[in-house]
Structure formats: structure tokens, C-alpha cells
Design a protein around this ligand. Structure first.
Ligand SMILES: [Zn+2]
Length: 171
């Protein structure tokens, strides 16, 4: 008895029912969207995942000055030290990428400004605004809007995607 044939989702090749992977491109018969894209367009898939990885490496660096300040203020010196070590590690690991970002003045300014504003915001909150002030709520709202706005621009905006894409091409 002949089983049914299945059509590969990546390359549309017809495969025998006893095959778990496509004979033509190697894609699994139960592949998810990620897997299908990987087989359909390996170059594009690599580029996209690499660019996402670059972004994930850069993000913690932007938040670290502000977290460092908070931990120092709370007297959690061990955590601050640990944070400092991991940040140094991240910087060393991504030195070329960071240097590349610095060649784009606007991108560099935006990242430094974002990181700086967060730091100043938390310093003001810690040292100038008492806990019972109504400013705490407004500040929190500002913090979320500012952070989410920036993160959205950073992950979806053209400037950073183009910048990371160029770095990917050159490396
Ligand atoms: Zn296939």
C-alpha cells in the first residue's frame, strides 16, 4: 500500500511518506516557520538572526550604568561588581561591533543619550524625589514610555537595522 506524499514547505518538493526530511533540501516535514525560512533562504536567515543577536548584545550595555547606580546606592556591592564584570566581558566580546557603531555619529549619540537619560532619571529619583511624592508615579510613567519608545525604535527602526546589517556584511 502506498502512503500519501507530502510537499516540502520550504522548496515545494514532493516527498515519499516514509521520509521525515525533504530529499531535496533537508527541511523537516514538521518544520516550523523558523526552520522553513532557514531552508528557503539560509543567507537571509543567518543575516536576520545575526542582526538580532547584535541587538541583544548591545541592549544590556545601555541599561547597565543605571543598574550599576541602583546597586551601588542600595549597598549591593557584590551585585554591582558582578554586573561590572559581565559588562566588561560584553564590551570585550563585542568590541568590533561597538567600534563600528561609534563610526555612525547619530547612532552613537542616540545610544549614549538613552543610557544617560536613564541614569540621570534614576539618580534624580533616588536622591531628589521622596518616596511619597506624586512625582514617583509620573516618573514611572515617563520611564516606561521612554524605554518602550526607544526599544521599539531600536529593534524596528531602520537606522539600527541598517547599521547592524552593514556590520554583518563587513565582518
Ligand atoms: Zn525541501
Amino acid at each position: 500500500m502506498k502512503g500519501y506524499r507530502w510537499t516540502c514547505n520550504a522548496c515545494s518538493f514532493g516527498n515519499d511518506s516514509n521520509k521525515t526530511h525533504c530529499t531535496n533540501c533537508g527541511c523537516s516535514s514538521t518544520a516550523g516557520t523558523e526552520d522553513i525560512e532557514k531552508h528557503k533562504n539560509p543567507e537571509g536567515f543567518n543575516k536576520r538572526t545575526k542582526i538580532e543577536e547584535y541587538k541583544k548584545q548591545v541592549l544590556p550595555l545601555l541599561f547597565s550604568p543605571c543598574f550599576l547606580a541602583i546597586y551601588m546606592h542600595n549597598g549591593k556591592i557584590e551585585i554591582a561588581l558582578l554586573l561590572f564584570i559581565s559588562v566588561s566581558f560584553l564590551i570585550t566580546k563585542n568590541l568590533k561591533l561597538l567600534q563600528y557603531i561609534c563610526t555612525d555619529k547619530k547612532a552613537k549619540t542616540m545610544l549614549v543619550t538613552f543610557s544617560g537619560v536613564l541614569l540621570v532619571f534614576f539618580l534624580v529619583r533616588i536622591y531628589l524625589i521622596p518616596n511619597n511624592s506624586s512625582l514617583v508615579g509620573w516618573g514611572l510613567m515617563f520611564y516606561f514610555m521612554f524605554t518602550f519608545g526607544f526599544l521599539f525604535y531600536f529593534s524596528k527602526g531602520k537606522r539600527f537595522s541598517r547599521l547592524f546589517e552593514q556590520f554583518y556584511k563587513e565582518s
